[in-house]
Design a binder for this molecule. Structure first.
Ligand code: MN
Length: 295
């Protein structure tokens, strides 16, 4: 194997409401991995009361949101009446398309734990104005390969296909690497990929990974080798290089500043997006539109 080392991108610490998160995508120098355009990491944390996750109603357009948990629970409500109780192993996938609003909260009945990721997938131009819809998949396809178990979040691997609706070639996989094992995962050579160590320890082809950090593996790899001493939970994302220049602002993925201004105004003036009726409390107002430049 003469693959180059993985490119490491430092995460950016911020807050989602009061919940501390690490933002792994987008970061300077890396805006996309395939169609994946956003990756927030939260937890692991424990709590005795209250709601560590409490994101009031807010809009999305031009993307899909993916919520994936390792521990704990999150409840999703959207403006189409969609509802999902997300638990470890379940996939919450919201295709925002032309526009939808949602809220995500820790449910009142909970395990007192929270550990997960939220990702966004940019929709290609041909599909970004599609009608919004919500998918809740209670279980995802599972794969057993030597030394690891894989939950397939998006795309396909080793003959298994995720039921999650995809609009461009994509891969998302949650991998549990067993203690003391070495694993070799097959990759699609036409894809670019990135690896994130969520818990435990991991080395990829001899390179020790820092936790909650994006490691970009580039394109043209046919496989990736991983090894863990104590066991690890790992996120693998990828896809065909997106090939369209996107403009991402707040919760929207668009193409031009004019489009961003229009979708922002629609939210502020209560057009296009419905109400999340179940949520108790005010919705989130859009930030002021600062000077937006084409990326
Ligand atoms: Mn959201």
């Amino acid at each position: 194997m003469d693959d180059a080392p993985l490119e490491q991108y430092a995460p950016h610490a911020t807050l989602l409401g009061e919940l501390p998160i690490r933002r792994l995508l987008p970061v300077r120098q890396r805006r996309l991995v395939g169609p994946w355009c956003f990756l927030d990491r939260y937890g692991p944390l424990t709590f005795a009361g209250g709601k560590p996750m409490d994101v009031a109603p807010h809009p999305h357009a031009g993307l899909q949101t993916v919520t994936w948990l390792l521990d704990g629970e999150v409840v999703h409500h959207d403006s189409l009446g969609g509802e999902g109780l997300i638990r470890p192993g379940a996939l919450s996938l919201m295709t925002a398309g032309s526009g939808i609003a949602h809220a995500e909260e820790s449910p009142g009945e909970n395990s007192g734990k929270l550990n997960g990721v939220q990702l966004w997938v940019a929709l290609p131009d041909a599909h970004r104005h599609t009608a919004a819809h919500y998918e809740h998949h209670a279980e995802m396809p599972q794969l057993e390969l030597p030394g690891c178990r894989i939950n397939l979040i998006a795309g396909e691997m080793a003959g298994q296909v995720s039921p999650a609706q995809a609009y461009s070639p994509i891969l998302g996989a949650s991998i549990t690497v067993d203690r003391g094992r070495e694993v070799e995962l097959p990759l699609q050579g036409a894809f670019e990929h990135a690896v994130v160590l969520l818990t435990g320890d991991l080395s990829v082809e001899g390179q020790e990974l820092a936790r909650d950090t994006l490691y970009y593996a580039g394109t043209a790899r046919r496989q990736i080798g991983m090894r863990s001493r104590e066991g690890a939970r790992v996120l693998l994302i990828g896809g065909a290089p997106f090939g369209e220049t996107i403009l991402m602002w707040w919760n929207f993925v668009a193409r031009t500043p004019e489009e961003i201004a229009a979708v922002r105004l629609d939210w502020e003036e209560h057009r296009r997006f419905g109400d999340v009726k179940v949520y108790r409390g005010p919705r989130i107002s859009a930030p002021e539109l600062m000077h937006l430049r084409r990326s």
